[in-house]
Design a protein around this ligand. Structure first.
Ligand code: CP
Ligand code: NVA
Length: 316
């Protein structure tokens, strides 16, 4: 097993922030997936000994928190949990102060919060890389793991179609942007009124290579027909708890189930970022069936984030 050196596209990511899927170029995104696959297969190794990642999570998390912690441990570094309940973040210490102080201690910060603007504010004041661990607008680390999972299933992913059925939310946004960079057609199917952000849709279309389409449709079968991956996420995201009942009514008929799967490509895989509500956005059968790659996808958070940390911290 050799130490890594063969990812020249990643050199420019050293010291940079990862606030959006668009913070890595098409070539860098493909290289991150390659490094993640190589790390997973044990073909390369990265050494981040002595480096520390700070985690500031203002929303709940199982996968993101644990996968970042284990990723740093596997690379020889460590993590410190600065969750708002135990740090002064919860008592309202200004971002400008927190970010500058923490930059004196840690080598990078992974932040989960509500507004993308707050994340950008951290990045402005911090002198170390800031990573988006989910905001209301984007979930770019999730998208890296998702496309790694698609790549494992199909090999070359350019030209494939991923159908996302459900709310046009943070997860959908990063799938659109990252898909555009990787040449994957992304078809978002959602009820009227729950479409992705218009600016993100426009940005995705501008990023897309010729021949790659990013579409929004309002009928479930139209969304999934012939697709190579069917993806869904919760109908009410963190922060939308009050809308749960209204959303369940609006999304009736939008469950990712075996009937929808039958309309997709015969090789199609089923994905969900988790946590999931069986019987609402996804059926138990689709989730546990032979097409599901949902638990590989969850594992891939670990590998994709190791690649990202290696690039941002200059370990490649
Ligand atoms: N998919 C995901 O981000 O899960 P967590 O909320 O558990 O981190
Ligand atoms: N859209 C969901 C994703 C959870 C990982 C949320 O923001 O709650």
């Amino acid at each position: 097993m050799a130490a890594s050196s063969g990812y020249p596209a990643l050199a420019e990511l050293k010291g940079r922030d990862f606030l959006s899927s668009t913070d890595s170029s098409a070539e860098q995104t493909a290289a991150l997936l390659q490094l993640a696959a190589d790390l997973k297969a044990g073909r390369t190794r990265i050494d981040l000994a002595g480096r520390t990642l700070g985690l500031i999570f203002r929303k709940a998390s199982t996968r993101t928190r644990v996968s970042f912690t284990v990723a740093m441990a596997r690379l020889g570094g460590q993590t410190i949990d600065l969750n708002p309940q135990v740090s002064q973040v919860g008592r309202g210490e200004p971002v400008a102060d927190t970010a500058r102080v923490l930059s004196r201690y840690v080598d990078a910060l992974a932040i989960r919060t509500f507004a993308q603007e707050e994340l950008a504010d951290y990045a402005h004041w911090a002198s170390v890389p800031v990573i988006n661990a989910l905001t209301d607008l984007e979930h770019p680390c999730q998208a890296l793991a998702d496309y790694l999972t698609l790549q494992e299933a199909f090999g070359e992913i350019g030209g494939l179609t991923l159908a996302y059925v459900g709310d046009g939310n943070n997860v959908a946004h990063s799938l659109m942007l990252c898909g555009a960079l990787l040449g994957v057609n992304v078809r978002v199917g959602c009820p009227q009124g729950y479409a992705p952000d218009a600016a993100v849709l426009e940005q995705s279309r501008q990023l897309a290579a010729p021949g790659c389409s990013i579409e929004v449709v309002h009928e479930p079968v139209e969304a999934v027909r012939g697709a190579h991956a069917l993806y869904t996420d919760v109908w009410a995201s963190m922060g939308q708890e009050d809308e749960k009942a209204a959303r369940e009514a609006a999304f009736r008929g939008w469950c990712l189930n075996e009937e929808l799967l039958a309309e997709a490509d015969a090789r199609a895989i089923v994905l969900h970022c988790l946590p999931a509500y069986r019987g609402l956005e996804i059926s138990a059968g689709a989730m546990e069936g032979s097409s599901s790659r949902i638990f590989d996808q969850a594992e891939n958070r670990l590998h994709a984030q190791q690649a990202l940390l290696a690039a941002l911290l200059g370990g490649v």
